[in-house]
Design a protein around this ligand. Structure first.
Ligand code: HEM
Length: 51
């Protein structure tokens, strides 16, 4: 779980978090990151490789 246990560690949820964290955890200090689809996919693949 990430973001203080608000989010399951799935590709779709991670992508949603990276693009628009406010929608998942209102009030979070993390900014939106409007990445191109290929870049978003690469970032999510990298994050999933970390555990
Ligand atoms: C592509 C860029 C980014 C990625 C992939 C990313 C990824 C993440 C992830 C996975 C978490 C959850 C960490 C955890 O709870 O274990 C997180 C949290 C956070 N990130 Fe980012 N982040 C990005 C950009 C940014 C930027 C630009 C900022 C600040 C301007 C930022 C600020 C934060 C903050 C403050 C948190 C804690 C949020 C909370 O729990 O309320 N992030 N980020």
């Amino acid at each position: 779980m990430i973001a203080a246990e608000t989010l399951p560690n799935t590709a779709g949820a991670l992508a949603g978090w990276v693009v628009d964290p406010q929608r998942i955890k209102p009030g979070t200090q993390m900014s939106p990151n409007p990445l191109a689809p290929d870049d978003l996919q690469a970032v999510v693949a990298y994050l999933q490789s970390l555990h």
